[in-house]
Design a protein around this ligand. Structure first.
Ligand code: ATP
Length: 238
């Protein structure tokens, strides 16, 4: 039995002919929330999509393990079935499928009612998934969707960007609540959250932050200290 949920070892990833990640090592234990920060184009979203197995990202070296099991040979839906869930930056629209219909097929009607209220999305119940949603509404729905999906390992790609100040509190509180809760099987969850601003840290008690530059993790440390360091020194290892 593995004592970590996610273990990434010596990972190289390519998007087409472009190398986007180099020698990435990352270990996350049950109950932990980790933050990923770094400049534009440094590889943060690529890492999350490589974990989910989304094309065109290809692992060419190293390994990604969930609860000790290598997942590099699995499709995104197989990874989702195993326990990964991601709140995407740019999810697709699903014409003809309402939020309540989706919640119903996911057997999560009661969770939908509670969490839609918490994320101020009750009025969206009969809207089609992501159709005509504003940037901030997409972010709130992506977090709500994870409550319905109930994954053990949570990936959030800039969950607060484009969200107004009032709703950042709701999104942050929802992420904290979900990450600290247990799965339907009673297992502890864990999360990896990309943030540029660190606003989310006012609501999410993150354990560790990682700084990514040019596709490598160059520093790991306390989240709030790392943001202060970036503000004064830029994206450099201390
Ligand atoms: N499909 C792709 N084909 C080629 N290059 C890609 C592809 N997707 C991403 N890249 C490149 O990989 C690098 C990392 O991109 P990524 O989106 O992971 O950065 P990021 O750190 O999430 O940036 P941001 O903070 O701007 O969201 C960038 O140089 C980007 O242009």
């Amino acid at each position: 039995m593995s004592d970590n949920i996610l273990k990434i070892r010596d990972l190289d990833v390519f998007a087409g002919e472009t190398q986007v990640l180099r020698d990435v090592d990352l270990t996350i234990h049950p109950g932990e929330v980790h933050i990923l920060l770094g400049p534009n184009g440094s590889g943060k979203s690529s890492l999350l999509q490589a974990i989910m197995g989304v094309p065109p990202f290809r692992v060419t070296k190293g390994d990604i393990r969930l609860n000790g099991r290598s997942i590099c040979d699995l499709t995104p839906d197989q990874r989702a079935a195993l326990g990964f869930g991601m709140a995407y930056q740019k999810p697709p629209e699903i014409d003809g499928v309402t939020l309540t219909a989706l919640a119903h097929v996911m057997r999560a009607d009661a969770t939908f009612a509670t969490e839609a209220a918490a994320l101020d999305m009750a009025d969206f119940a009969q809207r089609e998934v992501n159709v005509g949603f504003s940037g901030g509404e997409i972010k709130r729905w992506e977090v709500l969707k994870l409550f319905l999906q109930n994954p053990q390992f949570l990936l959030f790609d800039e969950p607060e960007s484009g969200v107004d100040l009032e709703h950042i509190a709701a999104v942050g509180a929802a992420i904290e609540r979900l990450a600290r809760s247990r799965t339907a099987n009673g297992a502890k969850r864990a999360a990896l959250v990309i943030t540029h601003t660190g606003f989310i840290l006012d609501y999410v008690k993150a354990d560790t932050a990682h700084m990514m530059v040019d596709g490598r993790i160059i520093a790991t440390g306390d989240p709030k200290e790392m943001f202060e360091q970036v503000k004064s020194n830029g994206y450099h290892a201390a």
